[in-house]
Design a protein around this ligand. Structure first.
Ligand code: EPZ
Length: 426
């Protein structure tokens, strides 16, 4: 038996939903807190499984953590070195932020490779190359890395492609290396700008200008108090839910500029929405035309919203194309959408969406975080009942999605499904 989400679709959702703290920022804030070797308090940390897994790793390193009502207090005054050859490192890709933090603090680390959603290859070559330019000696075999940072030194790193993770890992390490390290072609996602603010509050000397970051490393760091930003991908996901099935759905506590690329798409599609300070009110809008979208690094349209946007565009009078330029395999949701009556093809990185009149409920399976969320959206839009498996993915990045949708009057609940039986029906 597997816990699944059961949805009776084709109902208008109304009311207000509060957006939680950013997953992709908080997964950097938690490891980085160790650099203070002091007390750090962070507000607006969402109770998602990635956070609990990171707390487990912090405690392995003898940090003391108190986490209550979305406030996290980390006391890293007495942290001790420990190899990180622990299973938790496999539970999320962002566990690799401990590589730079441990190298910075202890000049060494023995650890496992990483986990995270299957979205194609997802190598970490850019991280490792940057570490080597900073003087780290890396030995790896199978799934273990041994980093030796005894001879680390400042450097100039020019990334051949924009990488959020590699930029963050390099930035964190550079704060612990004496002298000026320069990062060129750095990613410019809001999470990086916020992380720089946080590190500067802890005493780091960092200067960011567009895709250049200069870190004057080796400064003594100390504790601080910080508030995590709202999650722009959760906000975008609920904005698409509103545009698909909302009746003046109010999405509260967002940073409008962080989802501007989605609002630009809403303008082209003539989606009915309005902005009220840091809230977005959006209603079901019949889409009568197709659109061509390219996913790209911030401030372009984020790849993390490609999957829910694919679902939204699948009921339409026109044909749309989404060029997925970031990941070579972020398409697992498409087969499932077609089983619900969508008419979507993929060639190389292109997703060709021939709009259909409606979707029909059936049993579908989510294979990754945003893919599973895009199938929940499909269930909310579809006629009849939809069963979505992959709840464990949803819980990684969406706080209490079922509870939030129920509050918006969605007909949605947790259920149990005997997956074996269902496999035969497919
Ligand atoms: C971050 O992943 C996010 N995760 C992802 O969100 C997001 O999709 C991605 O940035 C792109 O915006 C977190 O922040 C925890 P990248 P990251 O390094 O850092 C390739 C979600 O749903 N690449 O910017 O891993 C990579 O394969 C997740 O919340 C290399 O080739 O992404 C991809 O094609 C999914 N070598 C591209 O670069 C490397 O060493 C961008 O990846 C690293 C990345």
């Amino acid at each position: 038996m597997e816990e699944v989400i059961k949805i009776k679709g084709n109902k208008l959702l109304k009311g207000a939903v509060d957006i939680s703290g950013s997953k992709n920022l908080c997964v950097a804030l938690l490891p980085a807190a160790l650099l203070a070797q002091d007390i750090v308090t962070i507000h607006n940390i969402p109770p998602i499984s990635d956070v609990y897994n990171l707390i487990d790793i912090l405690e392995v390193l003898n940090a003391r953590v108190i986490y209550k009502d979305d406030v996290l207090i980390i006391d890293s005054s007495n942290i001790k070195y420990s190899d990180l050859t622990i299973e938790t490192m496999h539970k999320l890709r962002a566990s690799y932020y401990f590589y730079s933090v441990m190298l910075g603090l202890f000049k060494k680390l023995k650890t496992y490779g990483i986990g995270g959603c299957r979205l194609g290859s997802r190598p970490i070559d850019l991280h490792l190359k940057a570490f080597e330019i900073l003087g780290v000696i890396i030995n790896s075999n199978d799934d273990t890395y041994e980093f030796d940072g005894a001879k680390m030194h400042k450097a100039r790193i020019v990334f051949e492609k924009s990488s959020v993770g590699a930029t963050i890992n390099t930035l964190l390490l550079a704060t612990q290396i004496k002298g000026k390290t320069i990062i060129e072609n750095a990613a410019q996602e809001p999470e990086i700008t916020e992380l720089i603010k946080y590190l500067k509050q802890m005493g780091a000397d960092i200067y960011q200008s567009e895709s250049t970051i200069v870190i004057d490393g080796g400064k003594k760091m100390h504790g601080t108090e910080f508030t995590n930003i709202p999650d722009r991908i959760e906000a975008g996901t609920y904005a698409l839910i509103g545009a698909a099935v909302g009746d003046k759905l109010k999405i509260r506590n967002i940073v409008i500029e962080h989802i501007q690329s989605l609002l630009d798409i809403f303008d082209v599609l003539e989606v009915n929405y309005r902005i009220e300070k840091n809230n977005l009110i959006v209603s079901k809008s019949k889409i009568k035309k197709g659109i061509v979208i390219l996913t790209s690094p911030y401030p372009g349209f984020p790849t993390d919203l490609q999957q829910p946007l694919t679902t939204f565009l699948s009921v339409n009078k026109g044909t749309s194309v989404i060029i997925e330029s970031i990941y070579d395999n972020r398409f697992a949701h498409i087969k499932e959408l077609n089983r619900m009556g969508a008419n979507i093809q993929t060639t190389n990185m292109n997703i060709i969406i021939h709009g259909v009149e409606e979707l029909n409920g059936t049993v579908v399976s989510g294979k990754d975080l945003r893919g599973a969320a895009s199938l929940v959206l499909a269930g909310l839009m579809a006629k009849g009942e939809t069963i979505v498996s992959g709840l464990e993915y949803i819980n990684r990045g969406y706080e209490n999605m079922i509870k939030k949708l129920k509050k918006l009057h969605a007909k949605i609940e947790l259920s149990l499904l005997n997956i074996e039986e269902n496999e035969d029906e497919k």
